[in-house]
Write a protein that binds this ligand. Structure first.
Ligand SMILES: Nc1ncnc2c1ncn2[C@@H]1O[C@H](COP(=O)(O)OP(=O)(O)O)[C@@H](O)[C@H]1O
Ligand SMILES: [Mg+2]
Length: 268
């Protein structure tokens, strides 16, 4: 499950996570190379979000190791992991009603750099605020949110909240972003904007890991896929190889109607 030709950015080894008696992730091993766009697939409940949560420090891991640039990060808290350069978005982003879109984006700038670093770098609070405003302005433009920048963040559509989630992730200048279903429930026009934005970020050198169900998206965007089934990784392959991979088909056909529909799409 490795990428031998690229610098290994992220390595996950023997990762395990349970909630009570529910063993959600078991002996998960894979690595992500610098510059890859990897799709993370699997039926509902297979552990995709939990895998993102454990890697990004939102859930504690029970066993195993997570290394980023060769350093162990598996027991660091979420804010420390952001500082190392891994950002994330959420499957169902919730946004505050008392902050504007611009304010939410600017607040995300301090998540990585922190107030102390801001004060120590000579720019002072005012300079840092100006820099955050400039960056937020640029990213809101790139993610097509300029026209809603002064609205309460909670007033955005589901798709726009996903775009704002990407803006927030990018405010800390990460090297890797992990996205949880960035296009689920998103209007087709916005979906295409998200696809283009992710491709552009990757061309600029960003490494991306994307949880996604949409096979068209996977084929269009991803260079490799990792497939989870009931907490185990069952495949790591090119998107074109998914439809002929027995273990992938079994993962989807083993489930209910939704999974069968997915398998049908995978086979197209
Ligand atoms: N915080 C939690 N507490 C208890 N169980 C959880 C928690 N988060 C996820 N789970 C369980 O872990 C399993 C995998 O969930 P999840 O990672 O969300 O799957 P996926 O993202 O692949 O749909 C499910 O059985 C879910 O109920
Ligand atoms: Mg999920």
């Amino acid at each position: 499950m490795t990428t031998p030709n690229q610098e290994r950015l992220l390595e996950v080894a023997s990762l395990a996570k349970a909630f009570g008696g529910n063993r959600v992730l078991q002996d998960v091993n894979f690595s992500i190379g610098a510059g890859e766009i990897v799709g993370l697939l699997g039926p509902n409940g297979s552990g995709k979000s939990t895998l993102l949560n454990t890697i990004t420090g939102f859930e504690a891991i029970d066993n195993g190791a997570v290394r980023y640039r060769g350093q162990e990060i598996g027991r660091l808290g979420a804010h420390r992991i952001v500082e190392r350069g891994i950002a994330r978005t959420f499957q169902l982003p919730s946004m505050p009603s008392m902050m504007s879109v611009m304010e939410v984006a600017m607040a995300a700038a301090t998540t990585r750099h922190g107030l102390w670093e801001t004060l120590c770098n000579g720019a002072g609070v005012r300079g840092a605020e100006a820099a955050a405003r400039d960056k937020a302005t640029r990213l809101l433009h790139e993610l097509l949110l300029t026209h809603v920048r002064d609205l309460p963040a909670s007033a955005l559509s589901g798709g726009q909240k996903k775009l704002l989630g990407i803006v927030c992730a990018l405010m800390g200048d990460p090297q890797m972003v992990m996205l949880d279903e960035p296009t689920a429930g998103v209007h087709p026009n916005l979906r295409n904007d998200i696809v283009q934005a992710l491709k552009r970020l990757n061309r600029q050198g960003m490494t991306l890991v994307i949880v996604e169900h949409d096979m068209h998206f996977i084929r269009e965007v991803c260079t490799r896929c990792i497939v989870l089934d009931r907490g185990h990784i069952v495949a790591s392959c090119h998107p074109d190889e998914l439809s002929s991979n027995e273990r992938v088909l079994q993962a989807y056909l083993g489930g209910g109607a939704h999974q069968q529909a997915m398998a049908g799409e995978a086979a197209q």
